[in-house]
Design a protein around this ligand. Structure first.
Ligand SMILES: [Zn+2]
Ligand SMILES: [Zn+2]
Length: 391
C-alpha cells in the first residue's frame, strides 16, 4: 500500500474508534488526578493499549504512574507522549485528558504503518507535567535513550505546529522572624510577613526592567497565624521564567536579590530552595512540524507553522525536545478568548469541539508516523536538523 492509501486507512481506523478515544478522554476528565497520583488514568490508558496488542511496562523510571506501551521492533522508535495530570481545584483545565487519549488513539492507528513499513511506536505515559516536570525526571532515568523522535499534541485555542515556551524554575522561600504581641509589644517582634511583602514589592519594581517575555510570579503560602501576633514565619512559592536559559540564570540571581534585600531590611532570616527540575525552552523540529501541518491541513484544519499570537507558559516537553527531535503542536478546542487553566477551558476539554480536536490531532499524529516510517530519508532530515540546532 502506498503512503496516501495508508493515510486513508489510518483516518478510517481513527474514525471507527473515535467513540473509544472520546470515552477514554471523558473518563479521565471526570476523574481528575494531580501529578504523580494519576493512578486511574495510567490504569485505563495502559489497559486500552494492552487490549490493542501493545506490550506494556508499568511503573517505569521508578514513577508509579509512568508507563510505556510498545508496538513493533527496531528503528525508527517513534514516541507519542501522553500527559494526564490535572490542576488543583480546576480539574482538567489544561486538557491533558485530550493529550492522553490523542496519544493512545494515534498509537493504535499507527500500528497500520508499523505493520506495513516496520519500526516501532512507543506510547510513553509521562506524569506530573504541571508542577513537577515529570518528563525531566524520566529523561534523567533513561526513558528516552532509545527514542528517535517524540511527538505530542496539546489542546489550546489555536491550531499551530510550533510553540514558543519559556524556560522556568520554581523557587520556594521562607522567612523566619520573631513572634510578639502585635499591639502590646510590637518592638519585640520581627515580622516575617513584612519581609515577604517587601520581596513582592522589590520583584514588582524589578519587573519593569526585565526582558519582554520573562515572567516572575508567586503566591504567599504562609502569612502568619493571627492579626494580633507578629508573624514569626512566612512562606511563598514563586516561578521565574525567561525565553533563553542564559537569561533565566541572570534573572534568577536578580529575583533572589529581592528576597535577600527584604531579609536585610526586616531582620528576618531567609531560607530558599530552587526547584529540582528546571523546564527547558522548546526546540521545535521544523521538519516534523511541517509534516504535522500538512497532515492537519489535509484534514481541513487551518493550522499555522508559527502562530505569533499564541502564548504559552512552560512545558517539560521542552526538556524532551533538547534530547530528541520533537514537536508539541496545539489543536484548537475553544475560541481564542478562553484562557488556558480556567474553568472555561476545563469545560472545553470535555466538549464536542474537544473531541473533534482530539480526533483530528490523533489522525495527524498517526499520519505523521506514516510519513516517518515510509521514508527513512525523512527521519534522517529530522535528525540532521536536530544536530544542526545542537551545534
Ligand atoms: Zn497546564
Ligand atoms: Zn498542559
Amino acid at each position: 500500500m502506498d503512503t496516501e492509501s495508508l493515510k486513508i486507512s489510518v483516518i478510517g481506523e481513527i474514525d471507527s474508534r473515535s467513540h473509544e478515544f472520546a470515552e477514554l478522554s471523558l473518563k479521565i476528565h471526570a476523574n481528575p488526578e494531580l501529578g504523580f497520583q494519576e493512578v486511574k488514568a495510567a490504569a485505563w490508558l495502559t489497559q486500552y493499549l494492552e487490549e490493542n496488542d501493545f506490550s506494556i511496562e508499568r511503573v517505569i523510571c521508578e514513577l508509579p504512574t509512568a508507563f510505556r506501551g510498545s508496538y513493533g521492533v527496531g528503528k525508527p522508535v517513534i514516541a507519542l507522549l501522553a500527559e494526564y495530570d490535572a490542576l488543583p481545584d480546576l480539574g482538567h483545565a489544561c486538557g491533558h485528558n485530550i493529550i492522553a487519549a490523542c496519544a493512545v488513539g494515534a498509537g493504535v492507528a499507527a500500528k497500520l504503518a508499523i505493520d506495513q513499513f516496520g519500526g516501532s511506536i512507543v506510547v510513553i505515559g509521562t506524569p506530573a507535567e504541571e508542577l513537577y516536570g515529570g518528563k525531566a525526571t524520566m529523561i534523567d532515568r533513561g526513558a528516552f535513550n532509545d527514542v528517535d523522535i517524540a511527538m505530542m499534541v496539546h489542546a489550546g485555542t489555536y491550531d499551530t505546529a510550533t510553540i514558543q515556551v519559556l524556560a522556568c524554575q520554581h523557587l520556594e522561600v521562607e522567612f523566619f522572624g520573631k513572634a510578639a504581641h502585635a499591639a502590646g509589644q510590637p518592638e519585640a517582634g520581627i515580622n516575617a510577613l513584612e519581609a515577604l511583602m517587601q520581596s513582592f514589592a522589590a520583584i514588582n519594581s524589578l519587573r519593569q526592567h526585565i526582558k519582554d517575555k520573562a515572567r516572575i510570579h508567586g503566591i504567599i503560602t504562609d502569612g502568619g497565624e493571627a492579626p494580633n501576633i507578629v508573624p514569626a514565619h512566612s512562606a511563598g512559592s514563586f516561578i521565574v521564567r525567561a525565553e533563553e536559559d542564559a537569561y533565566l540564570d541572570e534573572l534568577k540571581e536578580r529575583v533572589l536579590s529581592c528576597f535577600v534585600g527584604a531579609a536585610t531590611a526586616s531582620g528576618a532570616r531567609l531560607e530558599y530552595r530552587w526547584g529540582e527540575v528546571r523546564y527547558a525552552p522548546m526546540r521545535n523540529n521544523l521538519t516534523l512540524a511541517r509534516l504535522f501541518s500538512q497532515n492537519m491541513q489535509s484534514l481541513g484544519r487551518q493550522i499555522k507553522l508559527f502562530e505569533p499570537n499564541h502564548t504559552f507558559g512552560s512545558t517539560d516537553m521542552g526538556n524532551v525536545s533538547q534530547v530528541v527531535p520533537g514537536i508539541h503542536p496545539f489543536v484548537a478546542i475553544a475560541p481564542i478568548e478562553v484562557a488556558n487553566h480556567s474553568p472555561q477551558f476545563a469545560a472545553a476539554a470535555a466538549s464536542e469541539a474537544g473531541i473533534r480536536g482530539l480526533t483530528d490531532a490523533a489522525k495527524a499524529l498517526a499520519m505523521t508516523v506514516v510519513d516517518l516510517t515510509a521514508d527513512s530519508e525523512i527521519v534522517s532530515q529530522v535528525k540532521q536538523e536536530f544536530q544542526q540546532q545542537n551545534g
